[in-house]
Design a protein around this ligand. Structure first.
Ligand SMILES: *Cc1c(COP(=O)(O)O)cnc(C)c1O
Length: 254
């Protein structure tokens, strides 16, 4: 017997899966509320971006049904397919789409057609490609400048996750702010392996303050994942990108 199919295409999440997601979401919400309390912050200032990469569109639909407002994806091809399915007439869900993965310049025009926010803007060529793409799509896209914290912490070897380093951070931020179809939200980073997240995020907060010096409206900070969201909230993170803690172990590395 085959499962019923939604108008968008794939089978819906099973009731068991929906319950699993509901419980994991509740645990994560409790964790972020506790992190906010410990940091003396208002939990309303924390935005949860549920990272759904490698998980099916049915999970994304179920999350929307459970009250999730924002999801994050890291590969254009996979994200486009989910967006197509989840915005199909008659079965559309209301979600903010965040692009969080390393982005090739030649994919920029595709990504800005569906992404409301791009967290991984790390070089001038990409800024120009995103702006041109957003103009062509008649949209304005919010951007975070991704920072390479390994470099900021003086490690010679980056960990290959992308990000601007040194003076490029401010140059990329200036370029985003000066682009007609992009809006600078702030900076983003992934804590490098082998470094205490607290130390990494302190370096990030210092960089964020520098960028804010020239761009006072760039008040957001995208930091914190399943393993380190408390440390990120402690330094002022506003956008938490949480995957595994909500969806479970990813079917493939990423
Ligand atoms: C996959 C990913 C996440 C989510 O990581 P989890 O450890 O599963 O919470 C967050 N940010 C980026 C940039 C990612 O690639």
């Amino acid at each position: 017997m085959s499962a019923p199919t939604t108008a968008g295409g794939s089978s819906p999440a099973t009731p068991g899966r929906v319950e699993e997601l509901r419980a994991a979401l509740a645990r994560t919400t409790a964790r972020t509320a506790e992190a906010a309390r410990a940091a003396g912050r208002d939990p309303a200032g924390l935005h949860l971006v549920v990272v759904t990469k490698f998980f099916p569109a049915s999970d994304v639909r179920a999350l929307a049904g459970l009250g999730v407002r924002a999801v994050g994806e890291s590969r254009d091809q996979e994200a486009s397919a989910k967006v197509d399915e989840l915005t199909a007439p008659g079965s559309a869900v209301d979600l903010e789409w965040h692009f969080i993965g390393q982005l090739q310049t030649n994919k920029a025009a595709s990504v800005v057609r569906y992404a409301d926010v791009v967290h991984s803007v790390d070089r001038l060529r990409l800024v120009r490609a995103l702006d041109r793409g957003a103009e062509a799509a008649a949209r304005t896209v919010d951007c975070f400048v991704q920072v390479d914290l390994a470099a900021a912490l003086g490690r010679t070897q980056g960990d290959g996750r992308g990000g601007a380093a040194g003076a490029d951070v401010e140059a990329v931020a200036d370029a985003v702010a000066g682009s007609g179809h992009l809006r600078l939200r702030g900076v983003m980073a992934v804590a490098p392996q082998g470094v205490e997240p607290a130390a990494a995020f302190e370096a990030l907060a210092a960089l964020a303050a520098r960028v804010r010096g020239s761009h006072p409206t760039a008040v957001d900070l995208s930091a914190g994942m399943s393993g380190d969201l408390e440390q990120a909230v402690a330094v002022g993170a506003t956008h938490l990108r949480v995957g595994g803690a909500i969806l479970g172990t990813r079917p493939a590395a990423g």
